[in-house]
Design a protein around this ligand. Structure first.
Ligand code: GDP
Length: 297
C-alpha cells in the first residue's frame, strides 16, 4: 500500500535495528522511541496520538518483564506492534445491521471524498455477502451525482432509487424507504449531498433526512489525502448527525496516511472499510491487525 510505504520502511528499519538486541539499555529504548516518534510525525500522524503512543510504549518497554526476557528487542517490537493495532482501531470495525427488516446506511462526506463511488462499492460488497441492497441518492443539489450513482449501480446490477427532478431531499428519502419496502431490500445505502466545505445549511438538511430514515450506521467517508483535516471534518459531521464509523478512501494514493493512523484515537470511532482504487471491487473490510502487519512487516 503506497500510502504507508515511507512509514513502513522507516519503522521496519527501526525494528530491525533494535529487534535483534539481546540487551536493551534505557538509552536504547529512548533512542528507539525517538526514531519511532519522528517516523510517525513524518507520516502526518496527529501530535497528540504520537505523544500518547510513545508514552504508552515507553512505559511498557521499561517494564520488568522486558528487561528480564530472553529477547528484550523482540519484546519491545511486540509492544510497538500491539500499540499500533490499538491506535488503528478498537473492536467496532464491523458493520452493524438493524434487528428490523431494513438496515439503513447513510454515507456522509465532503464533495470529492469518494462518497458516491463508495456507495456503489459498499452495495457490491453487501451483495457478495448475500444481502439485497438498494442504493439511493438524496443529493438534490447536484443531479449529476445521482445520475453517477445510477450508472455505477447498473454496472453492478444493484437497484438504485433516484429522483433527479425532485427538489426536496426529505421527499426523496421518504420515497426511497417506500421503494426499499416494495423491493424487499434488506439494506438501504443512502448517498448524501456533499459540499467542498462543511456547510450549516447542508447539515440541517442531513439532520432532517436522518429523522426520516433513522440510520443504523452513519458512516463518514474520509479521503486519506485530507490528512489531519479529517478530524475537523469528523467533528463537524459528528456534531450534526453523530458519526458511527468511517470509510477511509484512496488508500492506494500517495498521501502520508496520518488520517488513518489518527482518526480512531481522536474520535473514539472505528474505521469500518477502506477503499484502495477506483474500481467497484476496491473496497476492503478494515482489520487493524492486518494493517499494522503491513506497516511493521
Ligand atoms: P463524491 O463527490 O464524494 O461522491 O466522490 P466520488 O465518488 O465522485 O469520487 C471522487 C473521485 O475519487 C472519483 O474520481 C473516484 O473515482 C475517486 N475515488 C474514490 N475512491 C477512490 C479510491 O479509493 N482510490 C482512488 N484512486 N480513487 C478513488
Amino acid at each position: 500500500m503506497a500510502i504507508f510505504g515511507n512509514l513502513a520502511d522507516k519503522l521496519q528499519a527501526i525494528t530491525r535495528k533494535f529487534g535483534g538486541k539481546t540487551r536493551l539499555t534505557e538509552q536504547d529504548i529512548d533512542g528507539m522511541m525517538r526514531e519511532i516518534r519522528l517516523a510517525l510525525l513524518d507520516a502526518d500522524v496527529s501530535i497528540q496520538v504520537v505523544k500518547d503512543f510513545i508514552a504508552e510504549v515507553k512505559t511498557k518497554a521499561h517494564g520488568q518483564d522486558v528487561a528480564e526476557s530472553l529477547s528484550p528487542g523482540q519484546q519491545v517490537v511486540k509492544i510497538v506492534r500491539d500499540n499500533l493495532v490499538q491506535v488503528l482501531g478498537g473492536s467496532d470495525n464491523k458493520l452493524h445491521y438493524s434487528s428490523s427488516t431494513l438496515t439503513v446506511i447513510m454515507l456522509y462526506g465532503l464533495q470529492g471524498s469518494g462518497k458516491t463511488s463508495t456507495a456503489a462499492k459498499l452495495a457490491l460488497y453487501l451483495k457478495k455477502h448475500g444481502k439485497n441492497p438498494l442504493l439511493c441518492s438524496v443529493d438534490t443539489h447536484r443531479p449529476a451525482a445521482a445520475l453517477q450513482l445510477e450508472v455505477l449501480a447498473k454496472s453492478i446490477a444493484v437497484p438504485c432509487f433516484i429522483q433527479p427532478e425532485e427538489k426536496s431531499a426529505q421527499a426523496v428519502a421518504r420515497a426511497a424507504l417506500a421503494k426499499a419496502a416494495y423491493l424487499m431490500s434488506d439494506v438501504l445505502i443512502v448517498d448524501t449531498a456533499g459540499r467542498q466545505v462543511v456547510d450549516t445549511e447542508l447539515m440541517a438538511e442531513l439532520q432532517d433526512i436522518d429523522k426520516i430514515v433513522k440510520p443504523t450506521e452513519r458512516l463518514l467517508v474520509v479521503d486519506a489525502m485530507l490528512g489531519q483535516e479529517a478530524v475537523k471534518v469528523w467533528q463537524a459531521f459528528d456534531e450534526a448527525v453523530g458519526v458511527s464509523g468511517f470509510i477511509m478512501t484512496k488508500l492506494d494514493g500517495d498521501a502520508r496516511g496520518g488520517a488513518a493512523l489518527s482518526i480512531h484515537k481522536l474520535s473514539g470511532k472505528d474505521i469500518k472499510f477502506i477503499t484502495v482504487g477506483e474500481k467497484v471491487d476496491a473496497l476492503q473490510e478494515f482489520h487493524p491487525e492486518r494493517l499494522a502487519e503491513r506497516i511493521l512487516g
